[in-house]
Design a protein around this ligand. Structure first.
Ligand SMILES: [Zn+2]
Length: 310
């Protein structure tokens, strides 16, 4: 009896395995999120990691423009995957590419995320290493004839470093590098502009993930955080005018544990999420709005730049 049972279950397992191998890749993953994963089931258009060198050579004859998604590998609460910033940066760049024909380079593996290191799975590079990787990636593209580099960053911790790399490329090479983090795109909808203190793995980011890669989001695990800011941060939030507040908080918030400021995410949020909103209000519909205004802003920027030179 026992042997029979074992054989029966083994056969069932085999049948399941075969079904998955034969049928799943084509159906369930027909619209891949564009995360740069090597197991992507189909070639994505305009995506350099999926292209051959001849295709890049052919592209280079008609354009010298390239989009470089920059993300991070860091905790995003209990409900979002570690690669959320890569999914968003790459997903948005691929949508821009479909509208403009501009090539999308592979996303950089990790970013500057020391302030999330209290949560397992986070991978961080020091600013010097991260800048060297991005700079040398850019230099490789320049060696192949690219002259207009557009960085699209999905992670705030990279802000200074990506700016530094663009600064160096612009001073040291004949190429022009633009860091889109320094461009403010008009937000079209009050549902986005009115979100309160919604900065990390919050409603906007969760919504974008639901829209771009819903299969990676586990809304059942979404939990609103308890936030415990240090007294000094609370004072700044209450007492300082809006314009100065942003500058002061920039120096105080999201600092690594070794700074002693008690504002690494492990120290001030109960689960890694930073939002004053209710995560349950996240939706793919809101995510589409949040993705679309970013895509629209970059598409307009690229079209203007193409008027100067196609
Ligand atoms: Zn993120």
């Amino acid at each position: 009896m026992n042997h029979g049972c074992v054989r029966f279950f083994s056969f069932t397992r085999w049948a399941k395995f075969l079904w998955m191998v034969l049928f799943l890749p084509g159906n369930a993953m027909a619209e891949p999120p564009g995360t740069g994963e090597t197991a992507a089931p189909a070639r994505l258009a305009h995506y350099m990691p999926h292209m051959s060198w001849q295709e890049v050579e052919a592209y280079r004859k008609s354009s010298d423009m390239v989009l470089i998604p920059v993300g991070s590998m860091e905790q995003h609460g209990r409900h979002l995957p570690l690669n959320s910033d890569i999914v968003q940066a790459t997903g948005i760049c691929l949508r821009i590419a479909r509208r403009t024909g501009v090539l999308v380079a592979p996303a950089v593996l990790a970013g500057v995320s020391e302030h999330h290191m209290g949560f397992p799975g986070t991978i961080t590079l020091t600013p010097a290493t991260f800048e060297a990787v991005l700079y040398e990636t850019s230099q490789s593209l320049i060696a192949h004839g690219f002259r207009r580099l557009i960085y699209y960053t999905g992670h705030g911790g990279n802000y200074t470093s990506v700016g530094n790399v663009a600064f160096r490329i612009n001073r040291e090479t004949t190429a022009t590098a633009i860091d889109l983090m320094h461009v403010e795109f008009p937000k079209p909808d009050a549902r986005i502009t009115e979100l309160k203190n919604d900065s990390h793995a919050g409603v906007e980011e969760t919504s974008m993930m639901l829209y771009l890669a819903g299969g990676l989001v586990r809304m059942g695990e979404a939990e609103n955080p308890v936030l415990r800011y240090p007294p000094e941060v609370n004072e700044v939030m209450e007492k300082v005018d809006a314009a100065d507040r942003a500058a002061l908080l920039e120096g105080m918030l999201f600092q690594p544990e070794r700074s002693g400021k008690k504002t690494s995410t492990r120290e001030f949020t109960s689960n890694g999420v930073v939002t004053g909103e209710d995560l349950r209000t996240s939706s793919a519909d809101l995510g589409r709005l949040a993705v679309d205004y970013r895509v629209e802003g970059v598409v307009r920027f690229i079209q203007a730049w193409k008027k100067v030179r196609p």
